[in-house]
Design a protein around this ligand. Structure first.
Ligand SMILES: *[C@@H]1O[C@H](CO)[C@@H](O)[C@H](O)[C@H]1NC(C)=O
Ligand SMILES: *[C@@H]1O[C@H](CO)[C@@H](O)[C@H](O)[C@H]1NC(C)=O
Ligand SMILES: *[C@@H]1O[C@H](CO)[C@@H](O)[C@H](O)[C@H]1NC(C)=O
Ligand SMILES: *[C@@H]1O[C@H](CO)[C@@H](O)[C@H](O)[C@H]1NC(C)=O
Ligand SMILES: *[C@@H]1O[C@H](CO)[C@@H](O)[C@H](O)[C@H]1NC(C)=O
Ligand SMILES: *[C@@H]1O[C@H](CO)[C@@H](O)[C@H](O)[C@H]1NC(C)=O
Ligand SMILES: *[C@@H]1O[C@H](CO)[C@@H](O)[C@H](O)[C@H]1NC(C)=O
Ligand SMILES: *[C@@H]1O[C@H](CO)[C@@H](O)[C@H](O)[C@H]1NC(C)=O
Ligand SMILES: *[C@@H]1O[C@H](CO)[C@@H](O)[C@H](O)[C@H]1NC(C)=O
Length: 380
């Protein structure tokens, strides 16, 4: 079969495959984060010289988060692809890697070149500017623009609203991605039912709705519309017929976009639905997974710079880069894709039960000298 897995490249041959791969990979990344990040912290000095992850003379570390090209920091435009510049805020007690200049999206992990996903944390709820009529508007992040490289990973996020007698909608350009309504009745403050169950019903001070990303056109590209400035805008509508000043005494009105597992954590949902004090800082660190794609780059100069690299079509008419089978590393850098040692984890990854020998871009397997048999079978 052509799509064997000697390296970690994703080859999404069809949209359906891509969506499954993307969601699965995002979940895998999110789940594996603690495992991946840990060795980076402790193993730094003991390993041999690592290949560079960024352009020459560019900073590639902010706090303990690695910043591989196409991402980059600072003013020097040679350090990043257009649109992939991040900011490292060094003034606080720890360095923070920020995706937008207003500091709402903090990057907590970027995959090693090949997987176009990264984990971010949104600090706080989405600020909604209320108009005199009680309705309002907000922006998810000024760093995420409709024509920019970043989008929310499909299938893993939801819209959450706390508050009484309000309706919230999230839009991508003019496309509605999710909407939900929260009503409150007199008994809201009794808590016989679990708080999470309340939100499923949307009648007790909160609601949540899965975010459905835009569909695909005939060429299999995601339909991203070019109206509006930011990729995700939020609209809030007060529902009439209630005493609004009484409504406001109940749960504070807050809007979140989050990884679906965040609100399932009862310490988070309990904290958001209590009225004694503002939610804690820990609660308000909201996890999300974004993906990227090179969009609007001139066709004449591919950003897949490395030998043994290839383009992988994206979902919005752009593309990402991968190393070809048998290679691994950063495909965006000249000579970034290195031969992978297929024999390192033998036979677990390549069913070579004989003598495994790594070759450029591949490997050979043979029975030990003086023996014959079938080396793909244990004891064969
Ligand atoms: C990236 O660079 C542009 C243009 O210089 C700038 O407007 C933007 O604020 C930068 N973004 C970040 C996150 O530093
Ligand atoms: C960096 O973060 C600090 C503390 O959060 C903030 O006061 C400051 O404005 C930030 N600096 C920049 C350049 O964003
Ligand atoms: C959304 O905007 C696009 C581009 O401007 C337009 O073609 C489309 O008709 C709009 N859709 C709706 C439902 O308004
Ligand atoms: C709305 O509720 C507040 C507080 O409960 C009360 O003071 C006010 O009189 C009520 N207004 C109306 C129009 O019922
Ligand atoms: C739930 O949230 C709390 C506070 O935000 C956090 O400390 C804890 O690790 C979370 N639990 C799980 C299982 O994610
Ligand atoms: C790149 O080429 C494709 C078709 O090969 C074309 O549809 C697209 O508009 C081109 N993009 C740019 C930025 O020139
Ligand atoms: C990259 O490939 C080209 C053409 O196949 C070759 O001439 C060049 O030596 C290769 N560079 C490296 C670093 O392997
Ligand atoms: C990727 O997109 C290009 C044009 O944008 C198309 O010619 C090519 O067939 C696509 N490749 C795959 C594997 O879908
Ligand atoms: C070795 O065993 C595998 C799996 O049973 C089989 O597909 C393959 O044909 C065998 N090769 C030889 C040379 O007998």
């Amino acid at each position: 079969m052509a799509g064997s897995t000697h390296n970690s490249c994703i080859h999404p041959y069809s949209i359906a495959m891509a969506q499954i791969a993307i969601s699965a990979a995002a979940v895998a990344i999110a789940m594996a984060l603690p495992l991946i990040v840990m060795p980076l912290r402790v193993g730094g000095d003991t390993s041999p010289v690592q290949p560079p992850i960024g352009m020459p003379n560019c900073v590639t570390l902010c706090g303990d988060v690695k910043v591989p090209y196409p991402f980059g920091l600072g003013q020097d435009a040679s350090c990043y692809l257009p649109g992939f510049n991040l900011t490292c805020n060094t003034t606080g007690s720890r360095q923070r890697l920020l995706l937008d200049t207003d500091g709402t999206l903090e990057v907590s992990y970027i995959g090693d070149g090949e997987l176009p996903f990264f984990a971010v944390q949104r600090n706080g709820d989405i600020k909604v500017e209320l108009h005199a009529d009680g309705n309002g508007n907000g922006v998810f992040s000024r760093g995420l623009r409709l024509d920019g490289p970043y989008t929310l990973v499909s299938g893993v996020h939801e819209l959450i609203l706390t508050g009484c007698n309000v309706e919230v909608t999230i839009l991508n350009g003019n496309v509605t991605l999710a909407s939900c309504t929260s009503l409150c009745d007199e008994q809201t403050s009794d808590n016989e039912i679990s708080l999470i169950d309340r939100c499923s019903g949307g009648s007790n001070g909160c609601c949540r709705a899965n975010i459905i990303t835009p569909g695909y056109d005939d060429d299999g590209r995601s339909q991203v519309y070019s109206t509006g400035n930011t990729a995700y805008d939020v609209q809030l509508r007060r529902l009439g017929g209630w005493n609004r000043s009484a409504d406001r005494d109940q749960f504070s009105m807050r809007v979140f976009v989050a990884d679906r597992r965040w609100f399932d954590n009862t310490s988070v949902s309990n904290d958001l639905l209590q009225t004694r004090q503002p939610p804690s800082k820990e609660t308000m660190a909201v996890p999300l997974t974004l993906m990227w794609e090179v969009v609007g780059h001139p066709n004449s100069s591919s950003v897949c710079k490395s030998n043994h690299s290839e383009r992988i079509n994206g979902t919005r008419g752009g593309y990402t880069c991968g190393c070809k089978e048998g290679y691994g590393g950063n495909p965006y850098l000249t000579d970034g894709c290195k031969d992978s040692d297929e024999c390192k984890w033998s036979p677990a990854t390549n069913t070579c039960y004989g003598e495994c020998r790594n070759t450029e871009g591949s490997f050979t397997c043979q029975c030990p000298a003086g023996t014959t048999g079938n080396f793909t079978i244990p004891g064969g």
